[in-house]
Design a protein around this ligand. Structure first.
Ligand SMILES: NC(=O)c1ccc[n+]([C@@H]2O[C@H](COP(=O)([O-])OP(=O)(O)OC[C@H]3O[C@@H](n4cnc5c(N)ncnc54)[C@H](O)[C@@H]3O)[C@@H](O)[C@H]2O)c1
Length: 259
């Protein structure tokens, strides 16, 4: 299906050098949007931007930097406005997953998780909303939560807290920004096979595929397709919602007899 309202719109996607963020940027470019791809890994983001520009010339640019850092966020938005002239969509996708036993979790690890997952999303959404209000043409903000912001998982307390908080941030922003025709929705991906998760766990796809009611693991495109819909005109009346894209894990984890 081809959605309307995507072509020629300008988007920022953070953490877009690989995984879910890259899949979102790729779909946006394919649909005719202009995209600023941010990543902390300079080579990675430059490589994927060159690749996407081969497919669709001058469709995207890279912005290298830490998406949790507020001065960097402001520079990224300024750069986007200078380069493409407006800002319509923002997807603060970059997030850090730090595993650790609650009893041993350090203040340093806690700060790292909160800084990127919450501070980064909060201040990018804030700056973007200011620009969207000035433009008076509405806008879209899609936050990236997680299935473990809905359902507890071992050794992910701090991460899960930030992901649950993003959902509430989305509800609050939707309430405040709806009057400007800006929608704010939150996606909660389930276990999704990316370059990172493949490294984290041997047979990631087999392990999570068994636990999901639909017997498969998520693909970055599953999340990207949902995001594209939420950015489109067709989704203009969906606001403040949490959309799990998780194969059913948060609805019905498997029962003993299923395993
Ligand atoms: N993959 C999953 O199974 C899964 C499940 C639920 C939620 N999520 C969430 O979805 C989002 C994307 O997940 P993913 O697995 O594709 O990501 P990932 O960990 O693979 O990272 C994607 C990119 O983000 C970049 N990045 C890391 N720190 C950054 C920073 N400070 N600033 C800018 N870029 C940075 C990395 O260099 C990488 O290229 C995250 O917010 C994650 O929490 C992922």
């Amino acid at each position: 299906m081809q959605y309307s309202g995507i072509k020629d719109k300008v988007a920022i996607v953070t953490g877009a050098g690989e995984g879910i963020g890259y899949a979102i940027a790729g779909l946006l470019v394919k649909a005719g949007a202009k995209v600023v791809l941010n990543d902390i890994d300079k080579n990675r983001v430059n490589t994927v931007v060159a690749h996407l520009n081969e497919q669709s010339p001058a469709s995207c640019v890279s912005f290298h930097g830490d998406a949790g850092d507020v001065p960097t966020i402001n520079k990224m938005v300024d750069f986007t406005l200078d380069h493409f002239g407006s800002l319509d969509f923002v997807i603060p996708n970059a997030g850090i997953t730090l595993f650790g036993d609650f009893l041993e979790f350090t203040p340093d690890s806690f700060q790292k998780v909160v800084r990127l997952n919450l501070q980064g999303a909060f201040f990018l959404a804030q700056r973007a909303a200011k620009e969207m209000i000035k433009q008076s043409t509405g806008g879209r903000i899609v936050l990236m939560s997680s299935q473990v912001g809905i359902r507890a998982y071992h050794n992910l307390t701090a991460y899960g807290m930030t992901k649950a908080a993003l959902q509430f941030m989305g509800q609050n922003l939707a309430y405040g920004l709806g009057q400007y025709q800006i929608t704010v929705n939150t996606i909660a991906p389930g276990a999704t096979l990316t370059e990172r998760t493949a490294k984290e766990q041997p047979d990631y796809a087999g392990f999570w595929g068994r636990l999901n009611p639909n017997n498969r693991v998520g693909k970055p495109e599953d999340i990207a397709n949902t995001c594209l819909f939420l950015l489109s005109d067709e989704a203009s009346h969906i606001n403040g919602q949490l959309i799990p894209v998780d194969g059913g894990w948060t609805t019905a984890g498997k029962y003993p007899e299923d395993l």
